[in-house]
Ligand binder design. Structure first.
Ligand SMILES: Cc1cc2nc3c(=O)[nH]c(=O)nc-3n(C[C@H](O)[C@H](O)[C@H](O)COP(=O)(O)O)c2cc1C
Length: 210
């Protein structure tokens, strides 16, 4: 699995960055390939397509989630590139989890209605003093990720023709195409991947595969 943590903060080496690194370390210990990138509102986020899981993290300043992450979702192309991605969210702030769940997390979630949010968490600035809090966020994320793959695997059938087409592709492309087709089918509630579904997916995703 490949994950990226997109984080925002005005504070170099502040609490958000420290939590970002700690989450990254725990994911790496769980054999996840993980990278981090600092958000800029108007950056080009097409690179997130290469990741299976995108973790968004930011502090709250004056009741608003940090501006580069929000800006990337509202004005930049992050939201477009996150389409169909599995995401996890975390905030750092001084308020209680309850208040954050009501006031702050929705500022991100309103832009992610088409995404599967695997886990969300609000961390206090000193969250690193309690490693368990971080562990449970990462465990939750990985559990939900694996569960979503398993349920997809169990519920989707490939028709013989579609499977034949998949297997005729160069080996290095097969995994990516399989995932794209299954995500597409899952999102639309298809139980079977047929040649027609593959065609539809190709048109919808604008891909040149098959
Ligand atoms: C200028 C400023 C404004 C803040 N405003 C809020 C706020 O409105 N609500 C809140 O819960 N926490 C607020 N906080 C607390 C921060 O969200 C918290 O300290 C966070 O961990 C800071 O992350 P950073 O170290 O990456 O900057 C504020 C902190 C600062 C410095």
């Amino acid at each position: 699995m490949k994950a990226i943590i997109l984080y925002d903060s005005k504070t170099p080496n502040g609490s958000t960055e420290a939590i970002t690194d700690a989450i990254g370390l725990r994911l790496a210990e769980a054999d996840v390939f993980v990278e981090k990138a600092k958000c800029k509102a108007m950056a080009d986020y097409s690179f997130v397509k290469d990741y299976d899981l995108v973790i968004l993290g930011a502090p709250v300043y004056y009741f608003i989630v940090a501006s580069h992450l929000l800006g990337a979702l509202i004005h930049g192309n992050l939201k477009k590139n996150l389409k169909r991605k599995k995401v996890a969210l975390f905030l750092t702030c001084g308020s209680s989890e309850t208040m954050a769940a009501v006031l702050y997390l929705p500022q991100l979630k309103i832009h992610l209605v088409s995404n599967k949010i695997l886990a969300e968490k609000t961390f206090a600035p000193d969250a690193l003093s309690d490693g368990d809090v971080l562990d449970s966020f990462v465990d939750d994320m990985l559990y939900q990720y694996n569960k979503s793959l398993k349920s997809r695997f169990l519920s989707l059938i490939w028709s013989d023709e579609a499977l034949e087409l998949l297997q005729s592709l160069p080996f290095f492309m097969q995994g990516k195409i399989r995932t794209m087709a299954e995500e597409y089918a899952e999102e639309r509630g298809y139980r079977e991947i047929t040649l027609k579904v593959l065609d539809e997916a190709r048109e919808s995703l604008g891909s040149t595969y098959c």
